[in-house]
Design a protein around this ligand. Sequence first.
Ligand code: FES
Length: 276
Amino acid sequence: MYKILRKRRLCDKVNEYVVEAPNVAKHAHPGQFIILRPDEEGERIPLTICDYDRERGTVTILVQEVGYTTMKLAAIPEGGCIADFVGPLGNATELDGYNDIVLVGGGIGTAVIYPQAKHLKSIGKPADVIVGARNRELIMYEDEFRAAARNLYLTTDDGSYVRKGFVTDVLKDLLDGGKKYDCVFAVGPMPMMRAVANLTKEYGIKTIVSMNTIMVDGTGMCGGCRLTVGGQTKYACVHGPEFDGHLIDWDEAINRSKTYRAEERRHVCMLTGEKQ
Ligand code: FES
């Protein structure tokens, strides 16, 4: 069992958990993920490692209450335990070889770019960071990014904070204003990552995305996380989770991400008593 040492609400429906998991913390690197089950009957879900502390033996994850399992997880109080917490899984992100990077985070994807921002600052290559959310209440880690980023650009879909627009609007303005990046690292909902990749293709900038696919075993056996990248079959859990955004078959990836939507809705309704 893995104890939740700290739990705090970051914004509407998003909780940050600091979990006691020394073996995971010992081997973790930015970009990797864990698979957990809240209880012994639960389903397995993948979550990105947002931060880790090797000395304290802790791993930080962000959980957005979007489905049955994440709602069950949200019901576990600070001091409670998670049944399984397996990792680190997947490959670490390799951004050290680039000189001028912009990190782009949308929604919960912000959890993935934060450790990258910290790491790039620690090696003397602080990145520009663009964070987008639907509204002001959903902007996360603003203070943390101000400390870690070279420049922080915030945007909201409804204009309730800083500027109105999408992350792609900010990125386009920066590129048209003369910014020269040699790598864009984008993480967020698949349609957002696709929009970033479509934009950067026009400017010829290397673009890496982190694919938040459906996963079951996390070891390349079940096929749940299958993608087509550059015409080849890849598994996000063992070949990723990061891939060249210009090579992904986005229509297929987005369609596959909706596979269990009806079942998920049915389970959420059973849990909340809502009508289907
Ligand atoms: Fe099963 Fe990747 S999660 S193959």
